[in-house]
Design a protein around this ligand. Sequence first.
Ligand code: ADP
Ligand code: MG
Length: 364
Amino acid sequence: MEPSAPEEIAREPLFVVRNLDKVYGRPGRNSTRVRALDNVSIEVRRGEALGLVGESGSGKTTLGRLLVGFESPTAGSVLFQGRDIAQMRRAELGHFRNMVQMVFQNPFASLNPFRTVRDVLSSGYRRRIRRAELRTQLVEALERVGLHESMLDRYPFQFSGGQRQRIVIARALTVQPSVLIADEPVSALDVSVQAQVLNLFKALQRDLGLTIVMVTHDLRVVNFLCDRVAVLYLGRLVEVGERDEVINSSWHPYTRMLMSAAPNGDPEVRSTRPWVSSELGAAAPPEEGCIFAPRCWLREQLGNPERCLSARPESRELPVEITASPGHVVECHFAEEVPHYARLAEEQLAASDGPALPGMGSLR
Ligand code: ADP
Ligand code: MG
């Protein structure tokens, strides 16, 4: 076999997720079953920061947990470097568990209150290095996340929320991972420290070449950190693409709606983006048709509203002639028409001086 060119290795996806289903609850007991992920296929590229966005209950955390192997798929597969993680044997699984680390929302809950920073960080090194080297490594580990060696013998309660999240990240880095899966890592922090922790993630991506999967409901986080964005709705991946395209010129009505309600710090943008829905909150997924059809504010304008209610759209890649970059995937029968009708609706809205549109509330 020919050796791969370096650029091919660089482009090789780290994760390949294929037709992933995750159903919670006992089979046969329909009323208690929740389809948290429904036929999700996506790649995570080496070195990228991929944002997973969507309202509460859309399956973001579930996808994150499947990527780290905390949960197993009901159907479909998660490949890491070409290997199905469900098929990995002990040694390989151990290696995988080091390579892929997870960071959670609440740093306090993920630190043992009775262990000092030294204890927390040492366990990641102990097996690999000699005692004499340990101190140097610990100091380096702290410095990498912007903390000082004087903090080594303190306990978690002696730190602020932002510092605790740095300790959690430092602990994850002690095993030299190549991927961080972060589930809302800054949303429990004060706004003033959120930016500092996000800066840290960005530095780790840049300086250590880490791949980052960032679960978030906050568009500011996406804007700051992510190269690509994946949008989930009721367990289905409705759109994936380069960040700027997904945020500014998306081809799915749900993404448009989500972006219009997101706190992006620009009240003008928020009030001129249209979305109309009487059914707030998580609806039960419809049995057939597009998952978003019951809430779709463009359905009547788009080509064939009946089709939206009766036929589930395929996830498909849009032709590069209409997107600025390849690999833009969307699950809408009429994606090509969305920008046009969305613009019309926005213009109509800007021209009318009707009441402000209802916000979507928290996206969490
Ligand atoms: P998100 O992180 O986007 O808010 P989750 O992945 O946490 O969404 O949840 C997706 C859906 O799966 C929700 O309806 C949630 O109630 C359900 N769910 C998540 N975890 C479990 C579980 N362990 N048991 C049963 N249902 C669950
Ligand atoms: Mg979640």
